[in-house]
Design a binder for this molecule. Structure first.
Ligand code: 4FM
Length: 244
């Protein structure tokens, strides 16, 4: 899977590929990436990528030209794959969940557009975007952090990116429950004890405890997930279950 990220801060976005699981995925050739800076495709000597908004509100808008040029050049370099999706990261997009991440992971190439300023000229979105995704109901200073979140969440669904040990956690989310609490040594720390059952060696009892903890946490913290779980549907947005 190749991630193409269109951003005016390529060195910032590159960090997501340089640490931990993603770094190993890149080294193992499971993931590759290409950073595209629209500023390299500007026509004027000031390398302008933004201009004032039509309609007379304050705030700048990212211009069509540099992003259209960037796409043209990718096309000319034969860098665009058959199975690709172009995604604009924006608070007005559909809310990211594990199902969307899993679905996007099935593409050979994802082109992520990270905007800055007050917005991107709508003609860029209309021409190129297959999808608009939001990582949550808050406003960031730009799409870069959202693109990085999306890359990380998607990469975990690419086969062999996450090792066996960690994949268990992911499976537990797809059962529709939040994860149970975790403990490691020592058994007693500053007067705080690890729950007795975890030291018992009784794996049936340990599983029962973890299940109870996961259910209690989900019920209290995420009644929406709990409702879906007890109605026998593990689905995040109603695609498999037909919704609520
Ligand atoms: C996006 C700022 C585009 C400027 C943003 C432009 C966001 C989110 C977000 C900020 N993206 N989920 N929440 N983006 O806040 O995805 Cl031009």
């Amino acid at each position: 899977m190749e991630f193409v990220i269109i951003t005016i801060f390529p060195e910032f976005v590159e960090q997501v590929f340089k640490w931990g699981i993603l770094r190993r995925a890149v080294e193992a050739g499971k993931v590759s990436y290409r950073l595209v800076d629209p500023r390299e495709f500007t026509a004027d000597r000031h390398k302008s990528i933004d201009d004032v908004a039509y309609g007379g509100r304050p705030g700048m808008v990212m211009m069509c030209e540099p992003i259209f040029k960037a796409m043209e050049v990718l096309e000319a370099q034969d860098a665009l794959k058959e199975s690709r999706r172009f995604i604009h990261l924006t608070p007005t997009g559909r809310l990211l969940n594990w199902e969307i991440a899993e679905d996007l992971a099935s593409n050979d190439q994802l082109i992520l557009l990270a905007g800055r300023y007050e917005g991107i000229d709508q003609r860029v979105i209309d021409t190129f975007a297959d999808d608009e995704v939001s990582i949550g109901d808050y406003v960031l200073s730009g799409g870069e952090l959202a693109a990085m979140v999306l890359v990380d969440a998607i990469a975990r669904f690419i086969p062999e990116v996450v090792g066996n040990e960690q994949s268990v956690t992911q499976d537990s989310f797809s059962t529709g429950l939040l994860d149970h609490p975790h403990y490691t040594r020592p058994a007693s720390f500053n007067g705080m004890e690890v729950p007795e059952v975890l030291l018992s060696g009784n794996h049936a009892e340990i599983e029962k405890w973890r299940r109870q903890q996961a259910e209690q946490l989900t019920r209290l913290r995420r009644p929406d997930l709990w409702e879906r779980h007890i109605s026998g549907k593990s689905d995040g947005n109603g695609k498999r279950s037909g919704g609520k």
